[in-house]
Design a protein around this ligand. Structure first.
Ligand SMILES: Cc1ncc(COP(=O)(O)O)c(C=O)c1O
Length: 409
């Protein structure tokens, strides 16, 4: 999107503001679909956790997407957006058996990632088709918080537990219709995908009634100019070919599934915040904005990089700034960044703000969360109102206390 369009949206809807470009989400979806054009049955299940606004879910539904969900509430959002239960996969971790049963009763595809629940679920519901999340023990992902397929990870059933897993399946007579893995986010090298895929194929060969293989996600998106990113065309060619060969060996055309979050929405998102104060100190120049890690936590949580531009003065002379938020503890978006000269009142634009930004926001410091706008067919559509003070107190139950009685000694 152009700087002037973003400035106009901030003038119309106020700041701070999240803006998502629908055309970018659509083009990313098509890119992935085309990359795997040689695979007969491809299924893209958008990872709701990345950005769960219902209008975004509806946009993806219109393109034929399914959904990857991790909580019953995400399932409910998907149903509300009009997805049929068969288009939703539920991959929880560490949730109760009751929640899993509740989701299964809705007709959603269940994906189980531990032997204890598998055994209990299989014994009670042997006819409900279940997918199994394996842990391939592959170290992949941009940082330790988002690497989830390694030996120390809490996710998935270890491939070394295959004999135990097979015994549970046999004893319960349950129907396994899918095998899944997700090794981590921001995977730099497609060889890692291909290596992990071989482990998935091996695991899959133990099951005779499969309908799909789910390769999770992990596509790395660029965060700055010339940044490394997953070459999905090359991955599509190589993995697509290997997948087709596996299907031939297996004797049936299976569905190849992915569940991308970042790949579909990260680059489509822009976060706009206004500079409240420019503060020169002995060590740096701070640009303090009308937001903080309550609205965009990724830099503080993961040390992630968000490119920042001064869209009020895009052609200004560049100077070095530390961009900080208003939260009452260390709250740094960027240190020592070259940004076009900033004046108080200017609007800064944070790039890659579509994935894990609004969805991880909070009311910390009792601040309201920003509005969200979808830029669709040349117009900004409000898809979430800015919160108000009423939202902050909505669920509080306010007690009354009698005036304290004076105690005389
Ligand atoms: C099981 C699973 N699938 C998919 C995703 C989406 O990953 P990404 O946003 O990197 O595409 C995640 C991310 O945490 C995940 O845990």
């Amino acid at each position: 999107m152009e700087a002037r369009q973003l400035v106009q949206l901030a003038e119309q809807f106020g700041s701070p503001l999240y803006v998502y470009d629908a055309a970018k989400i659509q083009s990313q979806y098509h890119k992935l679909e085309n990359a795997f054009g040689k695979v007969k049955h491809l299924r893209i299940n958008y990872a709701v956790k990345a950005l769960s606004n219902i209008s975004v879910l509806k946009l993806l539904k219109q393109m034929g997407s399914g959904l990857d969900t991790v909580s019953i509430q995400e399932v409910q959002l998907g149903l509300l957006a009009g997805y049929s239960p068969e288009k939703i996969i539920y991959t929880p971790n560490g949730v109760s058996m009751e929640e899993i049963e509740e989701v299964a009763a809705l007709g959603v595809q269940i994906n189980i990632d531990n032997l204890s629940i598998l055994e209990q679920f299989g014994a009670k519901h042997p006819t409900t088709p279940v997918c199994i999340r394996i842990n391939p023990h592959v170290m992949a992902g941009g940082n330790s918080n988002i690497s989830v397929g390694h030996i120390d990870s809490k996710f998935g059933i270890s491939i070394h537990q295959m004999p135990h897993l097979l015994r549970i399946v046999q004893n319960t007579g349950m129907h396994i219709n899918g095998i899944h893995m997700h090794t981590g986010s921001d995977i730099l090298d497609i060889e890692v995908f291909l290596y992990a895929a071989e482990i998935l194929f091996e695991a899959a060969s133990h099951f005779k009634e499969l309908e799909f293989l789910d390769f999770g996600s992990g596509f790395k998106v660029p965060y700055k100019k010339d940044d490394i990113h997953t070459d999905v065309e090359e991955l599509g060619k190589k993995l697509g070919k290997r997948f087709n060969a596996f299907c031939a060996e297996y004797g049936r055309d299976l569905t190849l599934a992915f569940e991308p979050g970042k790949f579909l929405v990260s680059e489509a998102g822009y976060f706009l915040a206004k500079v409240n104060v420019v503060k020169q100190t002995t060590s740096t120049v701070f640009a303090g904005v009308d937001s903080g890690f309550n609205h965009l936590i990724r830099p503080m949580l993961y040390g992630s990089y968000h490119h920042i531009e001064n869209i009020s003065n895009p052609k200004g002379k560049e100077r070095f700034y530390s961009v900080v938020g208003y939260i009452c503890e260390t709250d740094t978006f960027a240190s020592n960044r070259r940004i076009a000269e900033i004046k108080e009142g200017d609007l800064l634009c944070f790039r890659n703000a579509g994935a894990y930004c609004f969805s991880m926001s909070s009311n910390y410091n009792s601040r309201v969360r920003p509005a969200e706008v979808l830029w669709y067919e040349g117009k900004g559509h409000i898809i979430r109102e800015r919160e108000t003070f009423e939202d902050i107190i909505r669920n509080q139950v306010i007690m009354d206390f009698e005036p304290a009685v004076a105690v005389t000694v």
